[in-house]
Design a protein around this ligand. Structure first.
Ligand code: FES
Length: 83
């Protein structure tokens, strides 16, 4: 894996240093981040950690994609993916 890339559903996503996971996914054209606990689609919305609409799993741990800096080598999955 090259520097400044993480994995989203088997796809390498590149990012700039300091960029959030949500920003990197959006730049890659990925706007649907999965489903929340109520089965609603999640997405990048407020960008400030207030709406919880961007929840994803990073290496198995739930977090807000808009607040979490992208790191090389991380694996990001939809919240409902517990594998
Ligand atoms: S987009 Fe609202 S908490 Fe991340």
């Amino acid at each position: 894996m090259s520097v400044n890339r993480f994995i989203w559903q088997g796809r390498e996503i590149s990012f700039r240093p300091g960029e959030s996971i949500a920003a990197a996914l959006e730049a890659a054209g990925i706007v649907r981040l999965g489903l929340d606990a109520l089965g609603r689609e999640t997405r990048y919305f407020c960008g400030i950690g207030a709406c919880q609409s961007c929840l994803v799993r990073v290496d198995g741990t739930a977090c807000e994609a808009c607040l979490t800096p992208a790191r090389s080598g991380m694996t990001v999955t939809p919240l409902e993916d517990r594998s």
